[in-house]
Design a protein around this ligand. Structure first.
Ligand SMILES: CC(C)(COP(=O)(O)OP(=O)(O)OC[C@H]1O[C@@H](n2cnc3c(N)ncnc32)[C@H](O)[C@@H]1OP(=O)(O)O)[C@@H](O)C(=O)NCCC(=O)NCCS
Length: 149
Protein backbone atom coordinates (compact mmCIF):
# COMPACT_ATOMS: atom_id res chain seq x y z
CA UNK A 1 0.00 0.00 0.00
CA UNK A 2 1.24 3.49 -0.83
CA UNK A 3 1.37 5.77 2.20
CA UNK A 4 -0.56 9.03 2.15
CA UNK A 5 1.59 12.14 2.20
CA UNK A 6 0.10 14.77 4.50
CA UNK A 7 1.10 17.77 6.56
CA UNK A 8 2.31 16.87 10.04
CA UNK A 9 0.12 17.72 13.02
CA UNK A 10 1.18 18.21 16.63
CA UNK A 11 0.16 14.65 17.55
CA UNK A 12 2.84 13.34 15.14
CA UNK A 13 5.67 14.78 17.21
CA UNK A 14 6.43 11.66 19.33
CA UNK A 15 6.35 9.38 16.28
CA UNK A 16 8.61 11.72 14.33
CA UNK A 17 11.13 12.02 17.15
CA UNK A 18 11.16 8.21 17.52
CA UNK A 19 11.59 7.61 13.77
CA UNK A 20 14.32 10.28 13.62
CA UNK A 21 16.18 8.41 16.36
CA UNK A 22 15.93 5.18 14.35
CA UNK A 23 17.13 6.90 11.16
CA UNK A 24 19.86 9.18 12.51
CA UNK A 25 20.94 7.68 15.87
CA UNK A 26 23.25 10.09 17.72
CA UNK A 27 22.58 12.76 15.08
CA UNK A 28 18.81 12.64 15.70
CA UNK A 29 17.05 15.85 16.64
CA UNK A 30 16.02 16.07 20.29
CA UNK A 31 12.36 16.29 21.28
CA UNK A 32 13.02 19.95 22.08
CA UNK A 33 14.37 20.50 18.57
CA UNK A 34 11.33 18.77 17.07
CA UNK A 35 9.05 20.94 19.23
CA UNK A 36 10.82 23.99 17.88
CA UNK A 37 10.25 22.82 14.31
CA UNK A 38 6.54 22.41 15.04
CA UNK A 39 6.36 25.86 16.62
CA UNK A 40 7.74 27.32 13.40
CA UNK A 41 5.07 25.73 11.20
CA UNK A 42 3.17 29.00 11.09
CA UNK A 43 6.35 30.89 10.16
CA UNK A 44 8.64 29.10 7.75
CA UNK A 45 8.61 25.36 8.28
CA UNK A 46 6.82 22.65 6.32
CA UNK A 47 6.75 19.12 7.73
CA UNK A 48 5.23 16.39 5.58
CA UNK A 49 4.78 12.81 6.75
CA UNK A 50 4.23 9.54 4.93
CA UNK A 51 1.36 7.91 6.78
CA UNK A 52 0.26 4.31 6.37
CA UNK A 53 -1.50 4.09 9.71
CA UNK A 54 1.89 4.76 11.27
CA UNK A 55 4.37 7.43 10.22
CA UNK A 56 6.93 5.74 7.98
CA UNK A 57 8.75 8.77 6.58
CA UNK A 58 9.03 12.53 6.79
CA UNK A 59 10.54 15.58 5.19
CA UNK A 60 11.22 18.93 6.85
CA UNK A 61 11.59 22.08 4.76
CA UNK A 62 12.61 25.61 5.66
CA UNK A 63 10.46 27.77 3.38
CA UNK A 64 11.17 31.47 3.95
CA UNK A 65 8.11 33.65 3.30
CA UNK A 66 10.08 35.79 0.83
CA UNK A 67 9.79 33.91 -2.45
CA UNK A 68 13.22 35.09 -3.62
CA UNK A 69 14.84 33.35 -0.67
CA UNK A 70 16.01 29.78 -1.05
CA UNK A 71 14.13 26.82 0.37
CA UNK A 72 16.20 24.32 2.35
CA UNK A 73 15.51 20.63 2.77
CA UNK A 74 16.47 20.20 6.43
CA UNK A 75 15.64 16.51 6.84
CA UNK A 76 14.21 13.58 4.94
CA UNK A 77 14.08 9.97 6.04
CA UNK A 78 12.16 6.76 5.61
CA UNK A 79 11.87 3.88 8.08
CA UNK A 80 14.65 1.39 7.20
CA UNK A 81 12.32 -1.57 6.58
CA UNK A 82 10.46 0.35 3.86
CA UNK A 83 13.31 1.98 2.00
CA UNK A 84 13.64 1.50 -1.74
CA UNK A 85 9.88 1.20 -2.11
CA UNK A 86 9.33 4.74 -3.40
CA UNK A 87 8.36 6.52 -0.19
CA UNK A 88 11.35 8.89 -0.22
CA UNK A 89 10.45 9.77 -3.79
CA UNK A 90 6.83 10.38 -2.81
CA UNK A 91 7.98 12.74 -0.05
CA UNK A 92 10.37 14.61 -2.36
CA UNK A 93 7.70 14.95 -5.04
CA UNK A 94 5.29 16.44 -2.50
CA UNK A 95 7.98 18.69 -1.05
CA UNK A 96 9.17 20.02 -4.41
CA UNK A 97 5.55 20.53 -5.42
CA UNK A 98 5.55 23.31 -2.84
CA UNK A 99 8.70 24.88 -4.25
CA UNK A 100 7.63 25.96 -7.73
CA UNK A 101 9.68 28.91 -8.95
CA UNK A 102 12.07 28.71 -6.03
CA UNK A 103 15.63 27.58 -5.56
CA UNK A 104 16.02 24.62 -3.21
CA UNK A 105 19.27 23.81 -1.42
CA UNK A 106 20.28 20.88 0.71
CA UNK A 107 23.36 19.44 2.30
CA UNK A 108 24.20 15.75 2.26
CA UNK A 109 27.15 13.66 3.43
CA UNK A 110 29.39 12.80 0.49
CA UNK A 111 29.14 9.09 1.26
CA UNK A 112 25.34 9.00 1.56
CA UNK A 113 24.80 7.16 -1.72
CA UNK A 114 21.09 6.54 -1.25
CA UNK A 115 20.22 10.16 -0.52
CA UNK A 116 22.53 11.50 -3.23
CA UNK A 117 21.05 9.04 -5.69
CA UNK A 118 17.57 10.22 -4.84
CA UNK A 119 18.44 13.91 -5.03
CA UNK A 120 20.21 13.47 -8.36
CA UNK A 121 17.15 11.66 -9.66
CA UNK A 122 15.08 14.74 -8.85
CA UNK A 123 17.50 16.99 -10.71
CA UNK A 124 19.55 18.32 -7.80
CA UNK A 125 23.07 19.25 -8.84
CA UNK A 126 26.19 19.53 -6.73
CA UNK A 127 27.22 23.18 -6.46
CA UNK A 128 29.80 23.09 -3.68
CA UNK A 129 31.42 21.13 -0.87
CA UNK A 130 32.37 21.71 2.73
CA UNK A 131 35.51 19.69 3.35
CA UNK A 132 35.54 17.66 6.57
CA UNK A 133 32.26 19.23 7.62
CA UNK A 134 30.93 16.28 9.62
CA UNK A 135 32.30 15.03 12.92
CA UNK A 136 33.85 11.98 11.28
CA UNK A 137 35.69 14.16 8.77
CA UNK A 138 33.31 13.43 5.90
CA UNK A 139 32.65 16.15 3.35
CA UNK A 140 29.25 17.80 3.02
CA UNK A 141 27.97 18.17 -0.52
CA UNK A 142 25.72 21.18 -1.24
CA UNK A 143 23.10 20.46 -3.89
CA UNK A 144 20.73 22.84 -5.65
CA UNK A 145 17.45 22.37 -7.47
CA UNK A 146 15.51 24.81 -9.63
CA UNK A 147 12.48 23.71 -11.55
CA UNK A 148 13.18 26.15 -14.36
CA UNK A 149 16.74 25.04 -15.05
C1 LIG B 1 17.44 8.79 1.38
C2 LIG B 1 16.12 8.07 1.72
C3 LIG B 1 15.16 9.07 2.34
C4 LIG B 1 15.52 7.52 0.41
O1 LIG B 1 14.24 7.00 0.72
P1 LIG B 1 13.62 5.74 -0.08
O2 LIG B 1 12.20 5.63 0.33
O3 LIG B 1 14.50 4.56 0.11
O4 LIG B 1 13.75 6.26 -1.58
P2 LIG B 1 12.94 5.70 -2.84
O5 LIG B 1 12.62 4.25 -2.67
O6 LIG B 1 11.81 6.61 -3.13
O7 LIG B 1 14.05 5.84 -3.95
C5 LIG B 1 14.12 7.02 -4.73
C6 LIG B 1 15.42 6.99 -5.54
O8 LIG B 1 16.51 7.27 -4.68
C7 LIG B 1 17.65 6.55 -5.14
N1 LIG B 1 18.05 5.62 -4.10
C8 LIG B 1 17.36 5.27 -2.98
N2 LIG B 1 18.08 4.40 -2.24
C9 LIG B 1 19.23 4.19 -2.92
C10 LIG B 1 20.38 3.40 -2.66
N3 LIG B 1 20.49 2.64 -1.55
N4 LIG B 1 21.40 3.45 -3.56
C11 LIG B 1 21.32 4.21 -4.67
N5 LIG B 1 20.23 4.97 -4.97
C12 LIG B 1 19.21 4.96 -4.10
C13 LIG B 1 17.24 5.83 -6.39
O9 LIG B 1 17.47 6.67 -7.49
C14 LIG B 1 15.75 5.66 -6.16
O10 LIG B 1 15.02 5.46 -7.30
P3 LIG B 1 14.82 3.96 -7.87
O11 LIG B 1 14.41 3.10 -6.72
O12 LIG B 1 13.75 4.14 -8.91
O13 LIG B 1 16.14 3.57 -8.42
C15 LIG B 1 16.39 6.86 2.66
O14 LIG B 1 17.43 6.07 2.13
C16 LIG B 1 16.73 7.25 4.09
O15 LIG B 1 15.87 7.46 4.93
N6 LIG B 1 18.04 7.36 4.41
C17 LIG B 1 18.47 7.66 5.79
C18 LIG B 1 18.24 9.12 6.12
C19 LIG B 1 19.05 10.02 5.23
O16 LIG B 1 20.21 9.77 4.97
N7 LIG B 1 18.42 11.14 4.79
C20 LIG B 1 19.06 12.10 3.92
C21 LIG B 1 19.97 13.04 4.64
S1 LIG B 1 19.07 14.24 5.61
Amino acid sequence: MRPAIRAAVADDLPALAALDEVCFGPAAWSTVAWSDEFERLSEDRVILVADEGAVVGYVVLLVPPVVADVVEVLRIAVIPAERRTGIGGQLMTAALGRCAGRTVLLEVAAGNESARGMYAGFGFEEISRRRGYYGDGEDAVIMRWRIDE
